[in-house]
Ligand binder design. Structure first.
Ligand code: HEM
Ligand code: HEM
Length: 437
């Protein structure tokens, strides 16, 4: 070998922008992998938050990689050091282009997977920037959607394995030249100033620490969990709806004192739901309480304390209107995994049998039809009527699994229990029309 052989030809390192992008993308991908190893089958709020972070970093990698590739096409890398064996040139070139396929293919296949997912959870990059699903995939027939989802999963997973192999080859190549082939400096092209042959080069140490740091970030980061209420409906105190009467201690707390002799209501009368009414539910997600409410529902009420046999209540609930204080979770609730609101937009509770349980206390024996399944449901409630106004509050619970709410992995009750508590608060006013049916 002659000295001239090792003379660098032209530029000896990548442009600063290319170097910056290389390290940002590399570290982001390392963090992506350790994040993905963690969220696996975790459907808890933590798993959900980690997946959101994985999507956010992944889409960022996609955008940066497209910029990097476009730039690369117009700005060739610095000429290779003289003395590099042809096999090495080919190998490094293959690894680099395969890396570009990974850098763009991984996020693309992830994006396909998410776009074809049954749950259709919207992507909010870093909890702030809305990112669309790939247009068209979400509207496909279930079979075609499933095929895309499978393709996304399988190719994401295959590319991940490709990445592991390439990473080893790539790092081994860089280190081989750094430690053993000092005549053909490679690391210094991407880490300017690295001195070939120097084992304890500060740049090497920095790279090792940064890669470890990125891995540790993915392993230990604890992104904020989705909010779990309480929803505004509960936050707002039930206002004094009933007019004050000497016998009524507190309007919000209907009690036995509801036996106020005031009501002039004897037969079943029609009642109209008034402001201050709410339909809330409460469950848990991996131990965290989740409070929710339905924002849109209506009730047809025909009720008279002395005409229970002729009373009838029908409550119709818009299943797309559930709010739990987290936008992304709320967007997934109407999906096929939960309420399947596209096929069953409404749930209907009908009660035609009422039983008096004490002064101002009743039980409505009814049925709830939800997600196409009809099951009996009793609603114990307290009622206070003053003049033409009434206030009722009721509480019951149901088993969501009986209605098929929670499909796939959500049929298991370890993350979301089967029992869901329901709380109803109704302010009502007579319409003055009596029995309309
Ligand atoms: C996820 C991790 C990584 C990815 C995806 C990645 C990707 C790439 C790509 C695509 C290139 C070619 C740039 C071009 O010519 O356009 C490149 C070059 C380079 N990378 Fe990485 N890299 C990663 C990690 C690393 C690590 C950990 C090291 C150091 C130990 C490293 C050292 C280098 C060096 C020295 C070059 C220049 C090679 C040459 O000029 O022949 N890379 N990398
Ligand atoms: C550079 C970008 C990315 C890398 C390196 C990456 C890496 C990984 C890895 C290693 C896994 C585990 C795969 C397995 O072992 O089966 C994974 C899973 C996953 N990734 Fe990514 N990913 C990237 C981008 C994305 C993007 C952009 C999205 C969505 C928009 C995404 C969504 C997912 C999902 C949903 C899973 C779980 C798959 C499952 O349930 O089996 N990824 N990712």
């Amino acid at each position: 070998m002659t000295a001239a052989r090792f003379e660098p030809v032209g530029r000896t390192r990548y442009a600063t922008g290319a170097i910056l992008l290389h390290w940002i993308i590399a570290l982001a991908i390392v963090a992506q992998v350790s994040l993905a190893w963690r969220f696996g089958d975790d459907h808890s709020p933590t798993g959900f938050a980690l997946t959101q972070l994985h999507k956010s970093i992944g889409i960022t990698v996609l955008l940066l990689s497209v910029v990097r590739l476009a730039w690369r096409l117009f700005n060739p890398p610095p000429p290779e050091p003289v003395g590099l064996a042809t096999a090495e040139k080919i190998a490094s070139s293959v690894v680099h282009w395969a890396f570009y396929i990974i850098m763009i293919g991984m996020p693309l296949t992830g994006w396909i997977m998410v776009s074809a997912s049954k749950t259709q959870i919207p992507t909010l990059l870093f909890g702030v920037v809305p990112w669309p699903n790939i247009p068209g995939i979400g509207d496909l027939a279930p079979a075609a959607k499933h095929a895309w989802s499978k393709f996304g999963h399988q190719s994401h997973s295959a590319l991940a394995w490709g990445f592991y192999g390439l990473f080893v080859l790539h790092v081994a190549g860089a280190l081989k030249h750094q430690f053993f082939d000092r005549e053909t400096p490679i690391l210094s092209r991407m880490a300017p100033g690295a001195v070939p042959g120097r084992w304890f080069d500060p740049r090497l140490l920095l790279i090792a620490l940064a890669v470890l740091g990125a891995f540790a970030f993915g392993k230990f980061v604890n992104p904020p969990h989705p909010a779990s209420g309480p929803p505004p409906a509960e936050a707002a105190p039930a206002q004094a709806f009933l007019p004050e009467t000497p016998a009524a201690p507190a309007a919000a707390e209907p009690t036995a004192a509801a036996a106020t002799p005031a009501p002039a209501v004897t037969g079943p009368v029609a009642w109209k739901v008034a402001p201050g009414s709410s339909l809330n539910f409460e469950t848990k997600w991996s131990g965290d309480p989740v409070k929710g409410r339905f924002d849109s529902w209506k009730a047809e009420i025909l009720f008279g304390p002395d005409a229970l046999d002729k009373s009838k209540v029908t409550v119709t609930i818009d299943m797309t209107s559930a709010k739990t204080g987290d936008e992304q979770r709320d967007a997934s609730l109407p999906s096929g995994d939960w309420f399947d609101a596209a096929t069953h937009p409404k749930a209907v509770f009908t009660a035609t049998k009422f039983e008096k349980k004490g002064e101002g206390a009743y039980v409505a024996h009814g049925t709830l039809e939800m997600r196409g399944v009809k099951k009996p449901l009793d609603l114990p409630f307290k009622l206070k009527i003053v003049g033409d106004k009434a206030q009722m509050s009721g509480e019951t619970s149901l088993d969501r699994t009986l209605f098929g709410v929670g499909q796939g992995e959500f049929t298991a009750t370890d993350q979301v229990p089967a029992k869901v508590a329901i709380r109803v608060q109704v302010n009502a006013q007579t319409t003055g029309t009596g029995d309309k049916r």
